[in-house]
Design a protein around this ligand. Structure first.
Ligand code: ATP
Ligand code: MG
Length: 460
């Protein structure tokens, strides 16, 4: 893609209305544009990142056997009256009346809708378990929408739902999602730790919030810091291995302020391992048994002939919030350098040719490099504008492709000035550069790279 053809409206300075660095950067490089309070349009750069995050989330859901569906954004109030939440949910719910005077609402979450789908066709334990998810816009009329898309009113969420015959089977489902969350966040190059959490308005008995550390986070956390050394690499997708994995995380004290108990914390965690800090909630999982299936009468036939209400859990990931969360984790605000993880980067590499009025040989060279990269499934952005060198670098540092090639006077012969964004320059031939990036891509093998139709600027 040529920068001159792209819609990346960059601002010279940080917008004053933005209080945290993710909001600043997203406005600064034109990833989003506010439409009204807590509601945003997603512009090309931001949209590309969000779609890549969404795809990773999707792949990790599919890997545990969850099936993708798509439920509507607008729901009927009827099912919410059945569950009892129509009154309970309060002012965060956006209520709408249609022309027939029917009470509708813009879904803040989908437990009722998915239970209604389930009960209409599944009648026997033989069809269980069922794991279903969708990735869809939600609306919550947050009292204080802030920090851009981090706490929006309209936001994009993956929400999954599990249906099982017994508590034991339901915990198995819960643990599958627990593992898939660890793997999802790892592919986004984030360390998200699972914390025992309150179940809040969703209700129920077992719950974990997945939190990444950030000073600007809204969740206060109390943990044994050794939890950060754990990983789930050896976990198999079977009952005992999953149970063991969850226990491994749960052995360390890690809670948000709702569950915090000072005496308990100081008793369980030794002084040198205590960590009290702030974080961003990027995911939340719940087990709540028959909280919805009972009032909504979603039951199944059991092996012995009896009937029982199906046991349910729900599992959310804030897909749009993750765009901001990754920036909070990766953006070097002081030097104004963003380096996206390659798995979600809007472009894999930036090509920065130095162009003079009467000499565009660097641009020709950039175009040739571009074609060669494309053949290798590497998506590049060329700055073909005639701005000066330092403003070109500044701009690309903000856009945040994880690699850069500078094509200037010094780029004679086969060696190119190559660097990881924010890192040291190395002089390397193109085939070596391609090898480095391909290797980096291979750590995320499922991710589709270039997007046909979005690339222009063929070799001249
Ligand atoms: P919070 O405590 O931040 O309000 P929540 O507990 O209400 O979150 P859930 O109902 O568990 O959130 O929703 C699942 C996920 O959706 C959250 O973990 C978060 O990543 C995301 N999310 C929730 N509310 C918002 C919002 N207003 N804007 C953006 N993302 C959100
Ligand atoms: Mg909330």
């Amino acid at each position: 893609m040529l920068l001159s053809n792209s819609f990346i409206p960059i601002l010279k300075n940080n917008p004053s209305e933005a209080k945290i660095k993710s909001h600043q950067l997203m406005l600064r490089v034109g990833m989003i544009k506010q439409a009204s309070a807590g509601i945003y349009s997603w512009l090309p750069l931001g949209f590309k990142v969000m779609k890549k995050i969404e795809q990773i989330v999707r792949e990790e859901q599919n890997k545990i056997g969850a099936q993708e569906i798509l439920m509507p954004t607008i729901q009927s109030s009827e099912i919410w009256k059945e569950s009892g939440r129509y009154d309970d949910y309060g002012e965060e719910m956006l209520r709408i009346t249609d022309r027939q005077n029917r009470e509708m609402l813009y879904g803040p979450t989908n437990e009722e809708q998915v239970t209604e789908i389930f009960r209409s066709s599944i009648k026997s334990y033989k069809s269980l378990p069922q794991l279903m998810y969708h990735i869809q816009w939600k609306f919550r009329d947050e009292i204080r929408p802030r920090f851009g898309i981090m706490r929006g009113r309209e936001f994009y969420m993956k929400d999954a739902y599990s249906f099982d015959v017994s508590d034991e089977e339901a915990f198995f489902s819960y643990n599958k999602f627990f593992l898939s969350y660890l793997k999802t966040f790892k592919r986004l190059d984030l360390t998200a730790i699972p914390m025992a959490a309150d179940t809040g308005p969703i209700g129920g008995n077992l719950s974990h919030e997945f939190i990444i550390l950030a000073d600007t986070g809204e969740s206060k956390i109390f943990t044994d810091k050794r939890i950060f050394d754990l990983n789930s690499d050896d976990t198999q997708l079977e009952k005992s291995s999953l149970e063991e994995m969850r226990k491994k995380y749960e052995q360390f004290y890690a809670v948000t302020d709702e569950k915090f108990n000072k005496d308990e914390f100081e008793k369980i965690v030794s002084k040198e391992n205590q960590l009290i800090t702030k974080g961003i909630e990027v995911g939340h999982i719940f087990y709540f048994g028959d909280k919805y299936s009972k009032p909504m009468n979603a039951s199944v036939d059991l092996p012995g002939g009896k009937k029982d209400f199906v046991k349910m859990g729900s599992y959310g990931i804030g897909v749009s919030r993750l765009v901001g969360a990754i920036i909070e984790a990766k953006y070097d605000e002081k030097n104004e350098i963003m380096k996206w993880p390659l798995s979600v980067a809007p472009y894999d590499i930036a090509l920065i040719p130095m162009i003079n009025k009467n000499d565009n040989s660097a641009l020709v060279k950039a175009n040739n490099i571009y074609s060669e990269l494309l053949k290798n499934n590497i998506d590049a952005l060329i700055d073909d504008t005639d701005e000066n060198f330092s403003s070109k670098i500044k701009k690309m540092n903000l856009i945040g492709a994880p690699y850069q090639i500078i094509i200037g006077k010094k780029s004679e012969g086969d060696l190119l000035e190559f660097k990881e964004t924010g890192g040291e320059t190395q002089n390397l031939p193109l085939n070596k550069i391609i090898e480095i990036i391909r290797q980096d891509q291979a750590t995320n093998p499922d991710q589709p790279r270039c997007h046909p139709g979005r690339v222009v600027g063929a070799a001249t």
